[in-house]
Design a protein around this ligand. Sequence first.
Ligand SMILES: Nc1ncnc2c1ncn2[C@@H]1O[C@H](COP(=O)(O)OP(=O)(O)OP(=O)(O)O)[C@@H](O)[C@H]1O
Ligand SMILES: Nc1ncnc2c1ncn2[C@@H]1O[C@H](COP(=O)(O)OP(=O)(O)OP(=O)(O)O)[C@@H](O)[C@H]1O
Ligand SMILES: [Mg+2]
Ligand SMILES: [Mg+2]
Lengths: 257, 257
Amino acid sequence: KPRVLTIANQKGGVGKTTTAINLGTALAAIGERVLLIDLDPQGNASTGLGIESRVRKLSAFDVLMSESTIAEAAVPTDVPRVSIVPATMDLLGAEITLAAQRDRTHRLKAAIDALPDGAYSYILIDCPPSLNLLTINAMAAADGVLVPLQCEFFALEGLSQLLKTVEQVRASVNPALEIQGVVLTMFDPRNNLAGQVIRDVRQFLGPKVFETVIPRNVRVSEAPSYGKPVLLYDLKCAGSQAYLKLASEIIQRERLL
Amino acid sequence: KPRVLTIANQKGGVGKTTTAINLGTALAAIGERVLLIDLDPQGNASTGLGIESRVRKLSAFDVLMSESTIAEAAVPTDVPRVSIVPATMDLLGAEITLAAQRDRTHRLKAAIDALPDGAYSYILIDCPPSLNLLTINAMAAADGVLVPLQCEFFALEGLSQLLKTVEQVRASVNPALEIQGVVLTMFDPRNNLAGQVIRDVRQFLGPKVFETVIPRNVRVSEAPSYGKPVLLYDLKCAGSQAYLKLASEIIQRERLL
Ligand SMILES: Nc1ncnc2c1ncn2[C@@H]1O[C@H](COP(=O)(O)OP(=O)(O)OP(=O)(O)O)[C@@H](O)[C@H]1O
Ligand SMILES: Nc1ncnc2c1ncn2[C@@H]1O[C@H](COP(=O)(O)OP(=O)(O)OP(=O)(O)O)[C@@H](O)[C@H]1O
Ligand SMILES: [Mg+2]
Ligand SMILES: [Mg+2]
């Protein structure tokens, strides 16, 4: 059975998509077979992996509507051992379309459970910046939630709400759900506040916060315009090295589980 | 009648809240009477103006539910001539609660139209990072949409979808709606891509893009942790000066309308 990680945070622009693409690539680089599922109607994870919107035939929307299986919708990317179920704008209508269905929170989980055993070892789900039905579907399907957290004041404010939501999903929809970890992103050592945020978060959440901190690194934000993960765009840069370190920290932690 | 500007972009973390708070403060500094309406369940605009969540009695949710008028829900802030209708987490339930109402897209407009004449000269509405019923309500109530755009690749990708949505709202819900302008935010001259994004956007949208560009400036991101707009936290910094320039550019443009 694959390990399913949902990458979620309702605060916008904190590095969810960047973490999905680059952690996925780093896990594949160390030998894992990775599937990304792009649940954000913006489709940034699909674009960031070079899948242009005009070639997206089947998508995560079709999977949620049971029009297609994951096996049919998943497409390979330029990254060895990384496939993706792309996103389309149809996802904007998922909430209204699924609202009346009894199993509306478990559509994604059902699709993942139908995958043949051994197809993937990791599944990463990129979420939109909201706590809507798409994000709930992702949490219902997941073993763990990975929370990217920008080292900024507004990002800290949303953290307790997110933890409450995970609690609610665990109580009602997915008893096995846990916080995989919080990964601090876009850290700029010149910003005094950032250091303060890191100290606060480590104090508040202790071992739930990954040791690895992702630095702010311009190469990370340039890579998507070439349709590539930063590991393919510039393997030696600080951003790539941090994501490789995060991948091995995740594997280490899971060995201990 | 007040000029109503909706600050919207479904891409997360592009500077919507920062622009609502600081443009509002800058407009007040040059003599306008400003009301902010915080439509984001995260409530960052409310916190960034020093309204802590435990003192928020009435909120934008009560206004949308017609439980309260704007006059009752609006509270003063530490900034002279700036009031705010704060946000609470209840807003997360607005979409489901309003889904069955016939006038669900015009609730906010009705509340704004009920305001006594001359109460405010500008109303700024901060939106969540999605194209949901809250954002549609804001667009239905607005004269113009102000689009903060981060100088990054993923932000550019979402722009055409946002423009399409504005078109749809104009065709179905608010024929008077127009794009007030696109304001480029968090510009870092050391980032080659940022310069490219600015050239692309000016070429694509021409005069719809404000001359004023908001620079990335650490003082801007420090101010909210003190519950203050950056203009009160550090008036001389590059961020404050840019928002003052943006306010006068908006006033100039409106004089020409
Ligand atoms: N470590 C980093 N260094 C520099 N830029 C980064 C870094 N991580 C992400 N970015 C940039 O910051 C912006 C926001 O990141 P990203 O889009 O991944 O966030 P998100 O949480 O997925 O946003 P949304 O809430 O819209 O889905 C993007 O333009 C991205 O390229
Ligand atoms: N000019 C700037 N310079 C430096 N930091 C900035 C600037 N503008 C905004 N920020 C910071 O960037 C982050 C994102 O900005 P903000 O929260 O205003 O965006 P948003 O679009 O409202 O996000 P969301 O989509 O979650 O509502 C915040 O932490 C903010 O303090
Ligand atoms: Mg994203
Ligand atoms: Mg905001």
